[in-house]
Design a protein around this ligand. Sequence first.
Ligand code: CO
Length: 208
Amino acid sequence: MDIKQIFENNKKWIAKQLQGDPAYFDKLGAGQSPEILYIGCSDSRVTAEEVMGLQPGEVFVHRNIANMVPNTDLNSMSVINYAVGSLKVNHIVICGHYGCGGVLAAMQQSDLGILNPWLRNIRDVYRIHREELDSITDEGEKYKRLVELNVQEQCINVIKTAEVQKANSERNLKVYGWVFDIHSGELIDLKIDFEEILKDITKIYKIV
Ligand code: CO
C-alpha cells in the first residue's frame, strides 16, 4: 500500500462530507455526545462504526486484542470511566467476532511472550466454562463458543466496575454482548441474560 494514497483518500473524504453537509466539520469540532461505548477487537476486519452503520460522533470506541476488559487494565478501565462518568453513555457493547486470532491463540499451547498475560485472561474464561467447552467435540464449534463466552465474561468485567454499577442504578445503563460474524457480516446479539448470570455473583461484586 502506498501511504501517500491515504492523504488523497482523506481529501476526497473531506470533499464528500462537505458536499453532504457544509457544516459537517463545524459540528464535529463542536464536541461529542455519543450514547454508546463500543469495546471490540483490533482485528482489521471488524470496524466499529461501519458494521453498526453509525457516523463519527455517535460511538465512543475502544479496541484491543480479543475485546478484553481485564480488571487491572488501566486502558480499558479509563475508557469505561470516562465514557460512563463524563460522556454519560447509556449503552455499553462488548463485541467479539468469530475467527478471532486472539481467542484461537489462547486455545493453543504456544509461548507468545508479552501476549501471554493478555491471552491468559481468555484461558481463564476457558477454565470457568471448561465443562461446557470440553463437551463440544467439533473444534470449530468450540472455538465459536469460546468467542461468545469470552464476550460474556468481558461483559461481567464491565459490570464489576463502580462507574457502571452506579450508572445502572441511577439511569439504567445497559450492557450488551454481541458477536460479529466475519463470514456473513452479521452482527449477532448474544442476548446475555445478566440477571440470571449475576444473581449468584452480584453480592460478591457489588461495590456501590
Ligand atoms: Co479478534
